[in-house]
Write a protein that binds this ligand. Sequence first.
Ligand SMILES: [Zn+2]
Length: 453
Amino acid sequence: MSRRLHCRSVLTPEGWLEETALVLDDAGMIRSLAPGPARYGDERLAGAVIPGMPNLHSHGFQRLVAGLGGQRARGDSFWSWRDAMYRVAARVGPEDLQACMAGLYLELLRGGYTSNAEFHYLHHDPAGAAYDDPAELAARVSAAAGAVGVGLTLLPVLYCRSGFGAEGVTEGQRRFHNTPERYAELLSRCRALTGADRLQRTGVAPHSLRAVNGDDLAALLTLRDAGEPVHIHVAEQPAEVAACLQHLGARPTAWLLENAPVDEHWCLVHATHLDEQELADGAGSGAVAGLCPTTEADLGDGVFRATAWLERGGRFGVGSDSNLRVDAAEELRSLEFSQRLRDGARNLLAPEGGGNGRALWEAAAEGGAQALGQPVGRLAPGRRADLLVLDQDHPMLAGLEGDDLLHAFVFAGDRDMIGGAWVAGEQRLDRGRHPTGDAIASAYHRVLRALRT
Ligand SMILES: [Zn+2]
């Protein structure tokens, strides 16, 4: 059996096509693109259809601290924010986590993200003791994504140490801590969980070179199945770069590129502080830079060298990270604006003569798909029909078509412009409404009220 989603206008790798049907198989994969007017029985998508955005980096529970911590204190920094976040992390139970994750994934879907990579490091109970099932909390993440009906790349995180040269972790990190041996059990449980849902898969995630030393990393990589994504935080903060130089004799990205088999399956999350050699070697590795511009701005991380990265052929995608903001267009706009503020020029991340909004959306969708290891990011045969329909009745999109319309969505837009979202060919959102959204929202509100006070 095949189904047809007829698009008035759709963005494909060949550009914008008018009056074209996406022909889908039973699993929601695109078999072919068929030009021509709508036929009887077609589902009709009335707006401008673009690929859904894969979110390549999320810590879902951190949504609980979004917007908190606004009282200025001496020495506020990434590190003081992290202490505050640890205090909330210590209080989250399994049911709280599931409700929080489902509510967040619904918000992210409304913000244009049709799949998420969850960099999941909350593993144990509040005292740091293992649950009977080592994947108790990972199972909650998987169930939440299943309830909302979005794609998930579950990345169980290996977190062994509190910093370079340290043995073990601090009290605030005891819910995260695993040895490579315990991690092996967690990883195989995660594979079983995601193997039961065709929208889900598993990857591996050494937290950072701060939390995982060379031996830990080597042990983790022996556990990885061929082709599984590898995500790692790297070079987010100047203090991390300095500590790595002191302990390993190299900058973190340089050390990683020299000592690990970094290739197109890897996602280098943040990669904010890169020198010329790291830019060239990192871009040349085929790895995706995992950029999280609103979180990086909130935490004062620094400005990613996006223009230089793209000039060297580097790939990138975007993530919601701390989930301070849950809006794909806003991440792209923030990325471009950071470069404009630095360089005093406009439209810096588009090819010569190309549309800036479209260039950002297409590159991030493709890079995100690569990082998640999921067949999404483009509306083309062999890819999954994860898509957004932009509402051309929205006043700020009225009269616009093609690249101009997508540019207005990325730079002047908000979630009100997303008229619908489909995942694997199934409609999940209709003007912001989800089939089970009311129940998900009420459980989410309950947890937010309980844990944010
Ligand atoms: Zn992160």
